[in-house]
Design a protein. Structure first.
Length: 91
């Protein structure tokens, strides 16, 4: 098994929700799989934290129905607010 195979399997393990038995068997094959899975889970966690923060900031700025807000679209601040959320999570 090469490094790229380990990356792919690590990714699959990080996203599959019914994985205990499969995970146990795959991790026995090559210990690098666990490292790759952990890295993908870390990235996924940061992405979710960024999205949660973005939603919080948009709600604070435009109210709970911000996704339907004409003002939010006209002002075009969504990219700026996304960047703020991204920076806060990664800080």
């Amino acid at each position: 098994m090469n490094k790229k195979d380990c990356e792919h399997i690590g990714y699959l393990l990080s996203t599959c929700k019914t994985r205990q038995k499969i995970e146990f068997e795959l991790l026995k094959i090559d210990p690098r799989i666990e490292e790759e899975r952990d890295l993908f889970e870390e990235v996924e966690g940061r992405d979710q934290a960024t999205m949660d923060r973005y939603i919080q900031l948009m709600t604070e700025e435009y109210g709970p129905d911000w996704s339907f807000s004409k003002r939010a679209r006209i002002e075009g601040r969504t990219k700026e607010i996304w960047q703020q959320a991204y920076n806060e999570v990664r800080a």
